[in-house]
Design a protein around this ligand. Sequence first.
Ligand SMILES: C[S@@+](CC[C@H](N)C(=O)[O-])C[C@H]1O[C@@H](n2cnc3c(N)ncnc32)[C@H](O)[C@@H]1O
Length: 209
Amino acid sequence: MQNSNAVATREHWEKIYSSHSEEELSWFEAAPSISLDLLLTPSLKKDAAILDVGGGTSRLPDALLDRGFTNVTVLDIAQSALEISKARLGERSSQVKWICADITNWEAATLYNAWHDRAVFHFLVDENARRAYVEAMERFLAPGALVVIGTHSTLGPERCSGLPVQRYSAQSLAAELGDGFRWTATRKLEHITPSGEMRHFQFSRFVRE
Ligand SMILES: C[S@@+](CC[C@H](N)C(=O)[O-])C[C@H]1O[C@@H](n2cnc3c(N)ncnc32)[C@H](O)[C@@H]1O
């Protein structure tokens, strides 16, 4: 069952995606370079089950299909975002699994080998929501699975897309995820928004113990 916060979150994101083009969104990037850099390790097999959490209209599924990955799932709370991505991918959209769900209140039907989140976890300012998110990672990731999470860094803004955000260093993100996830790498990103502003991000990679 959805609580009123979850309904408000869904409505917020549905409204954003139905009133802006992909390229107008402050987080738009034409190519998910850092995500690929961190995800494409030798341990990630072409048939690995890869979950893009809060994937929105990201071009990550396109890039993964281009590289021969065959088991890609995009999950987002906003159906409108998934529809934009499906339309962009055209016939190739049938090669991706699409799930409209709130990651803090979701039951997976399978175990995943990789979990990618660009600019979603930092919106979870409520401790219970963060706990539910990490519990989902613990329950639905296979041992040895890769986790890549990109958030606003400690130099980033306190609000984004009209919502408060929690900013992270690699250390504070690792502390939030807990002992079940071993840190392996961090990259910093100075993201330039379509309106020319610079936003500081950190992307960290972990391995599910
Ligand atoms: C800033 S956007 C980033 C989108 C995408 N990852 C990218 O890099 O382009 C945040 C995304 O998270 C989704 N989202 C927010 N809260 C969510 C939740 N609780 N469960 C699933 N998706 C969520 C939003 O709909 C939105 O698509």
